[in-house]
Design a protein. Structure first.
Length: 159
């Protein structure tokens, strides 16, 4: 894919994802029950651990371990999906950005551009060719916009 078309596609993808994330109730996603979903749902349905174990084809001890693993964050998605199916639920899985994706990308582009321009400024200062603060800010803004447009070079280990 040509580099010039990569940025606009990514921008569209970011906007679509940001709109989707806006519709998700954050409380539902970010506040799981303290005892975990498996136990919370199982008990709300009046199902014992032994009954869930039979539905899963495992021992009661395995269900207890699954519930413990979910509570501590050690459960695998595969096991959680099996439990959801046995509880007649659908497993939802999503990573929710803390801020809009476009903002994250623009902030990262500013940081990368600032570092790169800082390196150029340092070299120019050694040659007695200092740039003004306005020129530096303009160069950072232009480079950041270019990095966002290209959609590459933002996440290498730098800042």
């Amino acid at each position: 894919m040509p580099m010039s078309t990569l940025g606009p596609q990514q921008e569209l993808q970011r906007r679509q994802l940001d709109r989707m994330f806006e519709t998700i109730p954050r409380d539902l996603l970010l506040h799981r029950p303290s005892r975990g979903w498996i136990r919370e749902l199982r008990e709300a349905m009046g199902m014992s651990a032994a009954q869930l174990a039979r539905r899963l084809g495992v021992s009661r001890a395995t269900v207890t371990q699954m519930e413990r693993d979910e509570k501590t964050g050690a459960i695998t998605l595969k096991r959680l999906e099996r439990a959801a199916e046995a509880l007649e639920c659908t497993l939802g899985y999503v990573l929710v950005p803390k801020r809009p994706l476009g903002d994250l990308v623009r902030e990262r582009a500013q940081a990368v551009a600032s570092q790169l321009i800082g390196q150029v400024d340092q070299a120019m200062a050694l040659e007695a060719q200092d740039t003004s603060a306005d020129e530096r800010a303009r160069a950072i803004g232009n480079l950041a916009a270019d990095l966002v447009r290209r959609g590459r070079g933002l996440w290498r280990d730098q800042t």
